[in-house]
Design a protein around this ligand. Structure first.
Ligand code: URP
Ligand code: ZN
Ligand code: ZN
Ligand code: ZN
Length: 477
């Protein structure tokens, strides 16, 4: 499909300017004033609208066996939801269990996307065990086009790895030029604090945050920074929730540690009072690290504006409220006992599947809460929601840019649109929205992936299976 977008305000990570954008087939051909439409090319008038590069979500979970259940979306629903919200590339965490073979797991995760995803996708390869066979399996996976790993310094007994495994992973990553993304929380502290709270009868969702206080996250970051400094590996801290963690990483970066920081949209627009809602409703907002006191929002917005935070992802991890979040309800008689959970009598907060559905809402919420309030300017918005992820993860300039030669992934964005987020209307498969009732001050009016129009005026017009696996090569030597 080919098209010419006329008279829009093109916004890149560097600047904004009025220009036309011509896409022939899958690729952007020209960007400039007064472009002529070749015969048979659809002309789209974007007067009064922004033209953004397709947005990239660097942190999603789609196929996710986790905490005794499975996340709700599959690639068909998640990619459709992503596109409705302007996200054209997903980077999913491939998270095998400790006893699974990494290569088999990678092929399993990839098979879940093939033929089903409407948007383009790639993976961070989860390293959840490191033994004598791991290095060669990981090398093979890197050879198949994966240029980033993922480690968990939390979830003891599930995805979590120990310090020796962390060291070996970082050492191998450095050798291969692979960046290591990391969930940073001190797992032993979490286990101890959870057990103490549950023993005290503090079992509701409001106790999730106190079980993983900011010190737990800051220590996890300090830990990763220490290992990164010792090995020279390049690291990327996922879902940074608080000022304390950010300060630790800033300090390490000032010493020369090669580290990048991600935050995720729930931390920017929600605060811990949501998880304190009565009658177990708070479970909807249980994720890890937890959503913090409102004061941390300001530190995160500041970090985005001053460049110390590089990206905004979602950590999309969708679980239903009624059937899945309720696994941690006090009336549920130990229906599930995760290995990493202290075993109380009934359900408790440690059994609530962690995560918030958000892949559809990230861009509109960031635009509304960031750009419309003046907290970040338009190029910064593009940078943190698209371009930086492309640069860090080896997708640039194919993705994250509007320039000749880049993929024809664009979002024509209507800043005059007004709407309200609701589970009644969202495309994600969960029975609730963590952002129910929030107003959005803009939305995509057209979204394309490699030239193909996928969304028009709030309607999905794409096809499942259009998405391609994006092979990447290591760049972090
Ligand atoms: O609560 C979260 N973040 N759920 C998804 C798994 C992870 O830690 O990223
Ligand atoms: Zn995580
Ligand atoms: Zn430590
Ligand atoms: Zn995650």
């Amino acid at each position: 499909m080919s098209w010419l977008i006329k008279n829009g305000t093109v916004v890149t990570a560097e600047r904004e300017f009025v220009a036309d954008v011509l896409c022939l087939g899958e690729t952007i051909e020209a960007v400039g004033p007064d472009l002529e439409a070749p015969e048979g090319v659809e002309v789209i008038d974007a007067t009064g609208k922004y033209v953004f590069p397709g947005f990239i979500d660097p942190h999603v979970h789609i196929y996710l066996p986790f905490m005794g259940t499975f996340a709700k979306d599959d690639y068909e629903s998640a990619s459709r939801a992503a596109l409705m919200g302007g996200t054209t590339t997903l980077i999913e965490m491939c998270c095998p269990g400790r006893d699974e073979d990494p290569l088999e797991a990678f092929h399993l995760w990839k098979s879940k996307a093939e033929g089903l995803s409407s948007c383009d996708y790639t993976f961070h390869m989860g390293v959840t065990r490191f033994d004598s066979a791991t290095a060669s399996a990981l090398e093979e996976i890197v050879g198949e086009g994966v240029a980033s790993f993922k480690v968990f310094l939390a979830y003891q007994g599930a995805f979590g790895i120990d310090d020796t495994e962390l060291y070996e992973t970082l050492r191998l990553a450095k050798e291969l030029g692979v960046i290591v993304t990391a969930h940073c929380e001190n797992a032993a502290l979490v286990a101890k604090l959870q057990a103490a709270l549950v023993a005290d009868g503090k079992t509701g969702p409001e106790w999730h945050e106190p079980s993983r206080p900011v010190q737990v996250e800051a220590e996890g970051c300090h830990h990763l920074m220490t290992f990164a400094e010792a090995t020279g590996a390049h690291v990327y801290v996922v879902h940074t929730s608080c000022k304390d963690a950010l300060d630790v990483i800033r300090g390490a970066k000032s010493r020369g540690v090669q580290a990048w920081v991600e935050t995720v949209i729930p931390y920017l627009v929600l605060d811990k009072s949501y998880a304190e809602r009565p009658d177990f409703e708070g479970a909807k907002w249980v994720m890890s690290p937890p959503i913090r006191d409102k004061s941390h929002q300001f530190a995160l917005w500041e970090g985005l504006a001053d460049g110390s935070i590089s990206t905004v992802g979602t950590d999309h991890a969708p679980f239903d409220f009624e059937t899945q979040k309720h696994m941690g309800h006090p009336d549920v008689e130990k229906a599930v006992t995760a290995d990493f959970s202290p075993r109380g009598e009934g359900g408790n907060f440690t059994l609530i599947p962690n995560g918030i559905p958000s892949v559809e809402d990230r861009v509109n919420l960031l635009f509304t809460a960031g750009v419309k309030t003046g907290r970040i300017d338009l190029p910064t918005f593009v940078k943190v929601a698209s371009t930086e992820a492309a640069k860090i993860f080896g997708l640039y300039p194919r993705k994250g840019e509007i320039a000749p030669g880049s993929d024809g992934d664009v979002v024509v964005y209507d800043p005059e649109y007004r709407g309200v987020i609701s589970a009644e209307t969202h495309s994600m498969r969960t029975d609730y929205s963590g952002f129910e009732g929030m107003e959005i001050l803009g939305r995509p009016s057209m979204v394309t992936v490699r030239g193909q129009v996928m969304v028009r005026e709030g309607k999905f017009v794409g096809e499942a299976g259009h998405g391609r696996f994006l092979a990447r090569i290591p760049t972090h030597f």
